[in-house]
Design a protein around this ligand. Structure first.
Ligand SMILES: [Zn+2]
Length: 142
């Protein structure tokens, strides 16, 4: 049996992920000093940033190329068909699953073929992220 797949085993790929990226900024209460001067003239640990001087702001979830978070090369490690049957109608649905190789905490990531989350180039991956993020922005405004 010959099966057409979008990618080959060993091919470098650029998956996209939805993440809540955190950005930090200077604490407005202490201007980044980590301490505040109170009425008694003494300096105290800033209660807003807990003396760190910076605050972390969760940015709403957005799509990013996974490569933004990783140093390693990402490539297809293996792929297989997953067959799912639902009890009600006994219909069997097969889905192609790509396993990608990454030596970090993402090692066991699986990507389903039907979700369009893997791209052959970083440019395509970035383009798709931008498109998806645009859609999110427009629905958030409504
Ligand atoms: Zn502060």
């Amino acid at each position: 049996m010959k099966i057409d797949t979008k990618f080959e085993i060993g091919q470098n790929v650029f998956p996209i992920v939805k993440k809540n990226k955190r950005e930090d900024y200077i604490c407005p209460a202490c201007s980044g000093k980590g301490v505040v001067k109170l009425e008694d003239g003494l300096f105290y640990d800033c209660p807003k940033c807990e003396a760190v001087g910076r605050l972390r702001n969760p940015v709403p979830s957005k799509w990013y190329p996974l490569a933004d978070f990783l140093e390693e090369e990402i490539f297809i490690r293996k792929m297989y068909f997953e067959v799912i049957s639902t009890k009600e109608d006994c219909v069997k649905v097969s889905k192609l699953v790509y396993h990608i190789n990454i030596a970090s905490q993402y090692n066991r990531l699986e990507f389903y073929d039907n979700k369009n989350l893997i791209y052959a180039t970083l440019e395509e991956a970035q383009f798709e992220c931008d498109e998806r993020n645009k859609e999110n922005e427009s629905t958030e405004l409504v």
